[in-house]
Design a protein around this ligand. Sequence first.
Ligand code: ADP
Ligand code: MG
Ligand code: ZN
Length: 622
Amino acid sequence: MPPLKKNGKNGQKKKLTEFKFNVDIRTLFIVAFVALFLFFTFQSLSKAAKQVMPEKSITTIVKEVKQGKIKKIEIIDNKILVYYSDDKLAIAYKEASESFLKTLRDNNVNLDKINVTIKDTQASAGLVNFLANIIPTILMVAFFIFLFRQARGAQESVFSFGQSRAKKFSKESPKTTFSDVAGVDEAKKELEEVVDFLKHPDKYKKLGARTPKGVILIGPAGCGKTLLAKAVAGEAGVPFFSIAGSEFMEMLVGIGAARVRDLFATAKKSPPSIIFIDEVDAIGRARSVGVMPSHDEREQTLNQILVEMDGFNPTEQVVVIAATNRGDLLDPALLRPGRFDRRILVDYPDLEGRKAILKIHSRNKPFVGNIDWDKVAKRTVGFSGADLENMLNEAAIQVAREAREKITVQDIEEAATKVKLGPEKKRLQSSLDKKLTAYHEAGHAVVSHFLPHTDPVHRISIVSRGMALGFTLIPPAADKLHETKTHLLERISVMMGGRAAEEIFFNEVTTGAANDFDQATMIAKAMVIEYGMSNLGPVNFGPNMDVTQMGRAYYSENAISQEMMAKIDQEVKKILTEGYDKAVLIIKKNKNILEDVAKELVKKESLDQDEFEKIVGLKTKK
Ligand code: ADP
Ligand code: MG
Ligand code: ZN
C-alpha cells in the first residue's frame, strides 16, 4: 500500500507542473494574438489617415513653407506631416535617404520660423519586427517542449525495451486468497494443486511427477480469472509477476519477445514464483486466422513464450498462469503438453455461487435489516462476479449520495438494473411517446405472462436507460443448463409482444422494436443453424466446431449451397412470423388487461412484480 500512495503523489505533482505549462502556452498565444491585432490596427489606422489627408509633393511644401502658410512640420520616417496655419493637414513622402531638413535648408528656409519635429519610429518599428520574428520562434520552441514532454513517457518505454513491465508483487503482497473467490469451485480445486506444488515441490519430485508448468484460465470477463491467479500466489505465498498480453504489442517489433525473455528471467531469479499473462489471446491468437498488421510481432512474442516454457527444467518452480476470454482463438501450439496443458474454465457463477460472491462483497457494507440474499441471487441470473461486486458498490454509492446510513433492497434492485441496462435517463418525453412506450412494454409483459413456460415478469419501466426507451425484465428464475425449443419459441413471442401491441392499439408501428427483432432473429437463426430445431432437421449449418479446443474455431466455413441458404432464411422467417402471430393472438385476447397495465405504467413509470400481478393475476407456470 505505501508504494502506491507514493505513486499517487508523484502523479499529482506531475499533473500540477503540466497544468502550469499549459497556462504558459495559452498566455503566449494571447500575447501573440494581441500583438498581431495591434500591428494590423496600426497599419489600417495609418492607411485611414492617408486617405483623409491630401498628398502633396515636396516642392509644393517647400514653396508653401516659404510662403508662411505652414506652422508646423512633423517628420515621421519618410512621411512628412504638414500642419497649415488654417489647421488643415497634408502629407508628403520623401526618400528615406534624403533629409527633409537639408532640403529646406538648401532652399533657404529659415528654420527658426517654423516648428519642425522629427520622430524616428525606426526604433519602435524594429521592436515590432523583432517581436514578429521572435513570437513564432517562441511558439515553436514551446510547442516542441510540449511535444517532448508528452512523448517522454513513450520514450522511456522505447529506451527500456529490455525490461518487461511485469509488476512485481512482493512475497506478502498479494493478500488475495481463495476465500476472496467464490462460485468457481472446480477452478479452485484444480488450482489448489498448483498451490500445493509451489508449497511442497519435493513431494512431487520424489514421485517423479511432471509438475504443472502452464495453466490457462478461460472464461468470460469479470468472472474472476485475475482474482484467481492472485489468489494462487497469495495462498502459496510466492511472488507474482503479471503482464497483460496487450502490453506486449507495442511500437517496435521485437520488443514483445524481449519483454518475455526479461519477464521469465526475472521470475526465475526468485523461485518459486508465478508469472501471470493476462489477455493471452492478444498474443496467442491462432496464427492461421487472417493477416493482422502486427502479425510478425505476435508471432515472435508467442514463439518466445513457447521457447521460454520449453526451456524450463522440470525442477524449476515457476508456474505460468494465463487468462483469456477467447478460448476459441488460442493458438494450438500454446495448448500442447508441457506448455499450457491445464485448461480451467472460469464460468458465470450459478445461484449458490452468486450467493457466496454476494456474501464476500457485502462483508464491509451496512445493510438495512436482514436482506434476503437468496432473492437477490435469484434475481441476478447471468451476472458475473464483477457485475455483482459492481452492483453492491453502486448501491453503496447511491446511499452515500443521498446521505443515508444503510443500503436497502430497493437500492440493490436499482443498482442491479443500472449495472445491466445503464443509468436512468430522465428525458423529456411527449405524452404520446410515453403512451407508445407504455403499450409497447406492456405488450412484452402481458404476452410473457400468458405464455405457459416463461418466467414471471420482474419489472417493467418506461424510464429510458442507455439506448432503451423502456424495458421489461424477465430474469430466468433459475440457472438452466438446457433451453427447450418450446421456451425459445415463447421467448421469441415475448420479444414480438412490443410491436404487436403497437399495431393493435395504435394501428401504427414505431422504431422502438428494432432491438427486439434483432434478438428474436438471433434466437431463430441459432435454432435453425445450430440447434437443429427446424424442419431442416438435425443438422448444424454453422461454422465447424473444433472439439480439440474449447468453443468454436472459425477456420473453415461449411460450404452451404445457395439453395440451402435460401431454405435457412425461409425457416428463420417462419419461426419469427409464427412468434409474432402468437403474440398478436394473446394480446387480442387480453386487450383490457394490457390497457390497464399500460395506463398504470404511464401513471407510475415503473411497475414491480407485485404491482404487475395485482393487475394481471398470479403467473401460472407449467
Ligand atoms: P476477469 O479477470 O475474469 O475479467 P477479475 O478477476 O478481474 O475478472 O474480476 C474483477 C472483480 O470482480 C474482482 O476483483 C472481484 O471483486 C469480482 N469478482 C469476479 N469474480 C469473482 C468471484 N468468483 N468471486 C468473488 N469476486 C469476484
Ligand atoms: Mg482479468
Ligand atoms: Zn421492446
